[in-house]
Design a protein around this ligand. Structure first.
Ligand code: NAI
Ligand code: CS2
Length: 485
């Protein structure tokens, strides 16, 4: 059954600026706001959505379409809700355009961010867009882009740089700050975002850093909706349903948003749309990162090095389903401390059912991107807790072995793939230096302290398990390796 929902014609004030206009923003935050606007008629919370780095085509495409686009929410391949979204009022691009020009709409974005009507800034700039060390959470002050923002703070390129400049302008104008709400899959995402911004501000003006520290709220949030990158097949399927829209996105019907309720400048009444406003997000965030995202990463590396293409293809195989159940219940759930009433076995079953949605083509190559930024929170912190409690983590160890292989850019049957990761060139060097010696290779990867907590690297039993896993994968293949778990 296909259910159509049209967007009403509302002119809104812009109350929220979003950084990172990707697939997820269009199918998650924008949908909650659109539903809120339709129900309440409150026009204070329209969106200005900006890209800082890539996807200028999407920014311009949405402008050309009057900022209206479609979200196709699939329960399964037979049941879809086609929602037209009209809550975005403005789109901007501050990255490098096709002529190599940097910062096309930067002044427009900074002007928007200093409007008194803007009270919230949301972000989905991916984990690497915060320029933080994945293990310590400290700002990467030696990164070339952060260095450029330190040298030229009035023409910033990074998300932290843009927010620091906008907050400095608001402070100088006597305006209250906006609230900053990270919607990226990072642990303690609010606290980490605060770190990035306060540490960058401190390099410019310690009074500004103190003001941000005292005045700006950085609530944490847990976000969940599977929104794969669009494929030609997705556009063709939407065409069959009567939707010709280059800015459309396809996603699952499920959606969740848990937010720490700390919005001193006000916020939309999100609860009415099903958002859970809570005092502490951490248990839900850790549960989702370790169980859902941790499972995704297991499939991504073990599947991708064996030629499996999508999440659906992987979970259609009993050996992968068994691996995920075992990982989720024995290695992830056992590290969680959930409020009463949360049934983790049921959560694991629900996740398996979501992964088996036959209408999504969620490519493992997409999930495999940026492993250096993702693995600490998905696998490594939980693994360390279990090992310190005297337990083993065989699924995580095999997953890590698969990730190490994946970063060589060569699958188990010697096919090449692209490795998209800010540390990709470092990985290639490690493979060139130690590729012939699994023990040395694993030791070299475990010694990367900006990815692997030192206490985990020091667990010899874990290093041995990863090395065994690596040997098994290359000598006996995936199926045999999984069967020994
Ligand atoms: P996407 O590939 O469609 O968009 C990525 C966005 O991040 C683009 O706007 C891009 O310009 C921006 N970006 C990338 N690197 C950046 C950098 N260094 N600085 C500034 N901006 C940068 O990806 P999508 O699906 O929108 O996901 C984005 C993030 O949203 C994920 O990394 C994750 O943290 C979060 N998320 C995504 C979900 C999904 O299923 N797609 C679900 C839950 C969270
Ligand atoms: C995925 C997530 O790309 C990835 O790394 O694990 O984007 C995942 O689809 C979402 O977190 C689901 O909410």
């Amino acid at each position: 059954m296909t259910h159509f929902v049209e967007a009403p014609n509302f002119a809104c004030d812009i109350g929220i600026v979003h950084l990172g206009l990707g697939a997820f923003h269009r199918a998650h935050q924008a949908v909650y706001l659109a539903r809120y606007l339709e129900r309440s008629g409150d026009t204070a919370w329209g969106l200005c959505s900006a890209n800082l780095r890539s996807s200028v085509g999407l920014v311009d495409g949405l402008r050309a379409a009057g900022h209206r686009y479609h979200v196709a929410e699939f329960t399964d391949s037979d049941n879809v809700t086609l929602r037209e979204i009209g809550v975005i009022q403005q789109t901007l691009f501050t990255g490098r355009d096709s002529e190599g020009q940097q910062g096309r709409d930067l002044e427009a974005l900074l002007t928007r961010l200093t409007s008194s009507k803007v009270r919230i800034v949301t972000l989905t700039v991916t984990e690497k867009g915060y320029f933080l060390s994945p293990t310590s959470g400290d700002l990467l002050v030696d990164d070339a882009m952060i260095k450029a923002d330190i040298a030229s703070p009035n023409t910033p390129q990074t998300a932290p740089g843009i927010l620091v400049e906008a907050l400095a302008r608001r402070r100088a104008a006597g305006l209250p700050p906006f609230t900053v709400l990270s919607c990226d899959n990072m642990p303690d995402n609010g606290r980490r975002t605060r770190n990035a911004i306060v540490q960058l501000a401190a390099l410019r003006d310690s009074d500004l850093a103190d003001w941000i520290s005292d005045q700006v709220a950085f609530p944490c949030s847990m976000v969940d909706r599977i929104v794969p990158a669009m494929t030609d097949a997705d556009f063709a399927r939407l065409g069959e349903l009567g939707v010709e829209d280059p800015n459309a996105v396809v996603c699952e019907a499920f959606s969740q948003w848990v937010i720490e309720d700390d919005f001193p400048q006000g916020r939309p009444d999100w609860e009415a749309e099903g958002v859970e406003m809570v005092t502490e997000v951490a248990p839900f965030e850790t549960m989702k990162l370790r169980m859902l995202n941790g499972s995704h990463s297991l499939l991504a590396y073990l599947g991708a090095i064996d030629g499996v293409e999508t999440v659906y293809d992987a979970v259609s195989r009993p050996e992968f389903r068994a691996l995920l159940r075992r990982y989720m219940l024995k290695e992830a759930a056992t590290t969680l401390h959930m409020p009463d009433g949360v049934d983790l076995e049921r959560y694991a079953d629900e996740l398996l059912a979501r992964f088996a949605n036959d209408s999504l083509r969620h490519r493992l190559a997409q999930i495999a991107m940026d492993g250096s930024q993702k693995l600490p929170q998905r696998w490594l912190h939980g693994a360390l807790e279990r090992l310190q409690d005297g337990h083993e983590v065989p699924c995580t160890a095999l997953g890590l072995a698969a990730w190490i292989r994946y970063t060589s850019g060569v699958s188990l049957d010697d096919r090449r793939h692209e490795v998209s990761d800010p540390l990709a060139s470092r990985f290639i060097e490690l493979h060139e230096r130690h590729g012939d010696d699994p023990e040395a290779l694993v030791a070299a990867f475990l010694a990367q302290q900006d990815i692997v907590p030192a206490a985990l690297a020091a667990q010899q039993g874990f290093a041995d398990a990863v090395t065994d896993g690596y040997r098994r994968l290359i000598n006996t293949g995936l199926a045999a390796s999984l069967s020994t778990l």
